[in-house]
Design a protein. Structure first.
Length: 98
């Protein structure tokens, strides 16, 4: 029984963190990209020239989206795992008293 519950919890946790990561990347990308676009443009023009600017800005958006997704998903997964563990320990302690 514990294996089935653990598997269901893990699947639910993965679904919640995946969805949250995608939504966070979608919502935060324009703000983060807007804050870093000038720096990337200056660096690209100095280091590589104007012919590479278009595709490097697209690549930068992809890198930022993946970074936002990974950070949000990782932090949320850790927090929700700790909450799940705390609840499981609470249930175990309560059952031990009965």
């Amino acid at each position: 029984m514990s294996g089935a519950m653990d598997s269901a919890f893990t699947r639910a946790l993965g679904l919640v963190t995946f969805t949250s990561g995608v939504l966070a990347a979608y919502a935060a990308l324009p703000h983060v990209f807007g804050a870093t676009e000038a720096w990337v443009t200056r660096h690209t023009l100095r280091a590589y020239g104007p012919e590479h600017l278009d595709w490097l800005l697209i690549a930068w958006q992809v890198v930022l989206a993946l970074l936002i997704y990974a950070v949000v998903r990782g932090i949320l997964y850790a927090v929700l795992s700790l909450v799940g563990l705390a609840l499981a320990l609470l249930l175990i302690r309560r059952r031990g008293r009965d």
